[in-house]
Every structure is written in structure tokens, then in C-alpha cells.
Design a protein around this ligand. Structure first.
Ligand SMILES: Nc1ncnc2c1ncn2[C@@H]1O[C@H](COP(=O)(O)OP(=O)(O)OP(=O)(O)O)[C@@H](O)[C@H]1O
Ligand SMILES: [Mg+2]
Length: 253
């Protein structure tokens, strides 16, 4: 069980996140959506305190992350995976070395780390790319290495901040498919910031819509997109209808 209570953050005069509450059950996939600047990244980054909250609590297995000291926080971060928009791979290391790094730094013996990293890379379909450096991998492959790097630590919670946003549209699908598989498997709770409506529609157990730092709507996918009550929800509904009509036109031709 994961829960955020009354969480807030301001930057100067901007209230980036304004007293929000949310919960996720073990294994659930929760999708966080909303217009640019509404506070999605700030929210997700406060969960492992890459950004320090001004106020509020973040409960992870009844432990309040905001009360942890540095050592405790580092231990907690091992239980929370993070996949960013930019992959942040280390250029001089091969795919498998990038994935092993977190384990090796946590004093896991190299041979054990190698085998675990190999399994994680196989899971994301990169069994042939183990020894390749990031610069010879496509954007989609690099992001899949970044996903393997998160998975190898067997996180109980995975935070995703627009993991497909820097990818060529043709490569987006391969990353979304991996995410869908992980969601189905339900080994980790997933909190996903994404603009990918198809992922939200197909995979989310719950959708949370934000606007101007506040949560404006929360609910099951169908309810949110079929009968939205917020302006943001209505905009997404209109966007879905537009995309459905556009694809019908193509299919008819
Ligand atoms: N480090 C910072 N310093 C000052 N203002 C910030 C900082 N980080 C975020 N903000 C502001 O806080 C608000 C929320 O930003 P945030 O990055 O959380 O939005 P977002 O929903 O992730 O947007 P996007 O969809 O564009 O990624 C914005 O007004 C942003 O300009
Ligand atoms: Mg963001």
C-alpha cells in the first residue's frame, strides 16, 4: 500500500503541488495525467525526495518517507525504481554494466549482478545487446536498458516520468509494450506520468488528473474518460474522440 497525504511544494510564487492525496494498492498501475506544468513531475519526484516536500506525508508500507534520515532514505530508494524521460545511461559502460551498477554499488558480487542484469535485459528484449554501449543503441533500446536498470533492483514501486516522451513515435510502442507487460505481471506498483492515452486506456487501474497543482479528478479509467467531471477530463475525452475519428478515416481509406 502506498499513499500520499496532503503533499505540497512551491517554487517561489508558484504552488507546483497543492495539498494532494492519492493511494495505490500493491501491484496497481496508477496513471497521472494533466497539462504541462500542472505538477506531475514535482509530485513524482517528491516520492523519493529528489524534491523535498514543503508539507505532507508519503507512506510506503506505513513508513513515512518524509521522516527518514539520509541513511534510511538511501535504503528506501532501493525499493523505489525510477524511469525518467531522459535515460541517463552512463556512456562509457555497456548495457549490462549500466544495469549491474546499482547492484554492484550495493555490494552484490559481480557474477551475481551480471546474471541478474542479464535476466532483466532479457525481460526487456535486449538479450542481443548486452555488450553494446548506449551510443549504438536506438532511443527505444536505451530506454529499455533504463527500464532493466530499474527492474534489476526488484522495486516494490516504480515511478515513471514520461518514459516515452523523448522517443521517436515509431519507438514509443516498444517501450509501452514492455510497460504493459510489467503492469500485467503486477510485481511492482506503478505510478506512471504519461501523455500516452492508449497506455492509460489499456493498462491503468486508476487515473488521476491534475491541474494547476491540484488533483481535479480520480477514478477508474472508464469513468474518467467517458463521464469526466473536470475540464482536464473533458479535454482528454475530446482528444480520444478526435484520435478515434482520425484512425477510422485512415482505416476506411
Ligand atoms: N526547480 C524548479 N524551480 C522553479 N519552478 C519549478 C521547478 N520545477 C518545477 N517548477 C514549476 O512548478 C510547476 C510544476 O512543474 P512540473 O515540472 O511538476 O510540471 P509537469 O506537470 O511535470 O509538466 P510537464 O508535463 O511539462 O513535464 C511549473 O509551473 C514549473 O514551472
Ligand atoms: Mg514533467
Amino acid at each position: 500500500m502506498f499513499a500520499i497525504s496532503n503533499l505540497s511544494k512551491h517554487f517561489g510564487g508558484v504552488q507546483a503541488v497543492d495539498h494532494i492525496n492519492l493511494t495505490a494498492k500493491q501491484g496497481e498501475t496508477v496513471v497521472l495525467m494533466g497539462p504541462s506544468g500542472c505538477g506531475k513531475s514535482t509530485t513524482i519526484r517528491m516520492i523519493n525526495r529528489l524534491i523535498e516536500p514543503d508539507e505532507g506525508s508519503i507512506f510506503f508500507d506505513s513508513i513515512d518517507v518524509t521522516t527518514l534520515n539520509v541513511t534510511e532514505l538511501l535504503a528506501m530508494r532501493k525499493r523505489i525504481g525510477f524511469v525518467f524521460q531522459h535515460f541517463n545511461l552512463i556512456a562509457r559502460l555497456s548495457a549490462i554494466e549500466n544495469v549491474m551498477l546499482g547492484l554492484v554499488m550495493g555490494n552484490v558480487p559481480r557474477e551475481v549482478a551480471y546474471e541478474k542484469a542479464k535476466i532483466a535485459l532479457i525481460k526487456v528484449g535486449l538479450e542481443k545487446e548486452l555488450q553494446k554501449k548506449p551510443n549504438v543503441l536506438s532511443g527505444g533500446q536505451q530506454q529499455r536498458v533504463a527500464i532493466a536498470r530499474a527492474l534489476v533492483l526488484e522495486p516494490e514501486l516504480i515511478l515513471w516520468d514520461e518514459p516515452t516522451a523523448s522517443l521517436d513515435p515509431m519507438l514509443v510502442r516498444e517501450v509501452l509494450l514492455i510497460m504493459e507487460e510489467l503492469a500485467k505481471y503486477r510485481a511492482s506498483t506503478m505510478l506512471v506520468v504519461t501523455h500516452e492515452l492508449s497506455f492509460a486506456l489499456n493498462v491503468a487501474d486508476k487515473i488521476i488528473l491534475m491541474d494547476k497543482g491540484k488533483i481535479v479528478e480520480t477514478g477508474a479509467t472508464q469513468d474518467i474518460f467517458l463521464n469526466p467531471t473536470s475540464n482536464v477530463g473533458q479535454n482528454y475525452k475530446a482528444l480520444i474522440e478526435y484520435q478515434m475519428n482520425a484512425s477510422k478515416l485512415v482505416l476506411v481509406k
